[in-house]
Design a protein around this ligand. Structure first.
Ligand code: 173
Length: 324
C-alpha cells in the first residue's frame, strides 16, 4: 500500500482532477425561452433560427428550448415569468413588461445604437437597472433602427386623433393621448380582430411586421413621420444567468451579441416593408415640414417626461446614454 502510493503519486492527483473535471465537461444546460410576440411574426422566425444556431454549436454546453409564444405565456406576462424564473429567457419588447419595471419602456427613446451603448456604458447601466429592478439580465437587443407609426382608417390632415379609438401599448400612450386619442391597450395578437370588428380606428406599430399578422387587410393609412425606435430583446432570469458556468455564460453572451450584431439588417428591411405597404394600397398621410418636426419633437418630449416621471432614479441616467 505504502509502496504503491509512493510509486504513483500522480494517480491521486489524476483521480482528484477527474472528480472535478468530469461533471463540468458533462454539463449541458437547457434554457427555456418564450416569445411575447405571436409565433407567426417574422421576429420569432429570426429568433428560432438563432436558437437553432445556438443549439448546433452549443452541444455539451448550452441548449435553448423554444416553448412558444403568447399561447404559452400571454404577451404582458412574459416579463413576470422571466423575473420569477418560470421561464429562463423571454423574447420581448420593454413595453410588454412595464408591470415588472417601468424603466423597460424607456429603451424606445434610444437614439444611440445598441453597438454604441455597448461602448458608452449604456449596456452596463441597462444591466444594472434590469438586475436591480427586474432580477433580469439584458442579453441583447435584436430589433432597432425601426420607427413606430400611427396606422388609421380615417383620414386626418393634422396630428389630431380626436374621436378615434386607437390600440396602444405603453410605447404610445401619452403621445397619442396628447393628440386626443381614446386609447386601448392590447397585445399584438388581438389587433386583427379589433380592426375587423371596428372596435378600433387604428393602432400604433413599427414600420415593419404588419404583414406578418395580415393587418394590411384592415389598414387604410400610415401617418408619417415615424417616431421613437422599436426595441426588441432577449431578457433572462438573473439567478439562472448567474448559475451558468463561465463557459456557458460566455457562450450565451457571445451568441446573443452575434444576434445583436445583425441589427443593420432592419434598415433595408424597413425600406422594403414601406414599399410593400404602398403596394398593398396603404396610403401615407404626411404633414408639412414644420408640423412633422413639431410632431417628432413632441413625441420625444412627452416620452422623456413620462420616462423621468416613471423612474426619477434612472430616467435621467438612461437619457445620458440613449440620447445623441
Ligand atoms: O405596438 C406594440 O405592440 C409594441 O409596443 C411593439 C414594440 C416593439 C416592436 C413591436 C411592437
Amino acid at each position: 500500500m505504502k509502496s504503491q502510493k509512493s510509486q504513483h503519486p500522480w494517480l491521486a492527483a489524476v483521480a482528484c482532477l477527474a472528480l472535478v473535471a468530469a461533471p463540468a465537461a458533462a454539463q449541458e444546460v437547457t434554457l427555456r425561452l418564450v416569445s411575447a410576440f405571436p409565433e407567426n411574426q417574422f421576429y420569432v422566425k429570426r429568433t428560432t433560427d438563432w436558437i437553432a444556431d445556438v443549439n448546433k454549436d452549443g452541444k455539451g454546453v448550452l441548449q435553448i428550448n423554444f416553448i412558444g409564444g403568447p399561447k404559452a405565456i400571454p404577451t404582458f406576462e412574459v416579463g413576470k415569468a422571466v423575473q420569477t424564473g418560470v421561464v429562463d429567457i423571454g423574447f420581448s419588447t420593454g413595453a410588454f413588461y412595464t408591470n415588472v419595471m417601468p424603466e423597460a419602456d424607456i429603451l424606445k427613446l434610444s437614439e444611440t445604437s445598441a453597438a454604441e451603448q455597448r461602448k458608452n456604458g449604456g449596456y452596463e447601466l441597462i444591466n444594472r437597472i434590469w438586475a436591480e429592478k427586474g432580477n433580469m439580465r439584458y442579453l441583447a437587443k435584436t430589433v432597432e433602427f425601426t420607427p413606430f407609426h400611427i396606422y388609421i382608417n380615417k383620414k386626418i390632415d393634422k396630428p389630431d386623433l380626436t374621436g378615434m379609438k386607437i390600440r396602444i401599448t405603453p410605447v404610445y400612450r401619452e403621445f397619442f393621448q396628447s393628440m386626443n386619442a381614446q386609447v386601448m391597450t392590447t397585445a399584438p395578437g388581438e389587433v386583427y380582430t379589433a380592426l375587423e370588428r371596428g372596435v378600433i380606428d387604428g393602432y400604433g406599430w413599427p414600420i415593419h411586421a404588419l404583414f406578418d399578422l395580415n393587418w394590411q387587410e384592415k389598414t387604410k393609412y400610415r401617418v408619417d413621420p415615424g417616431f421613437y425606435n422599436a426595441e426588441v430583446s432577449l431578457i433572462m432570469n438573473l439567478d439562472k444567468y448567474k448559475s451558468l458556468t463561465p463557459a456557458q455564460r460566455d457562450y450565451l453572451d457571445r451568441k446573443a451579441l452575434a444576434y445583436e450584431n445583425q441589427n443593420e439588417f432592419w434598415k433595408k428591411y424597413n425600406q422594403d416593408e414601406a414599399a410593400r405597404q404602398k403596394q398593398a394600397g396603404i396610403e401615407t398621410i404626411s404633414f408639412d415640414a414644420a408640423t412633422s418636426k413639431a410632431f417628432v419633437d413632441k413625441a420625444k418630449e412627452i416620452g422623456w417626461a413620462t420616462a423621468i416621471k416613471a423612474s426619477p432614479q434612472y430616467g435621467p441616467e438612461l437619457r445620458k446614454v440613449l440620447s445623441r
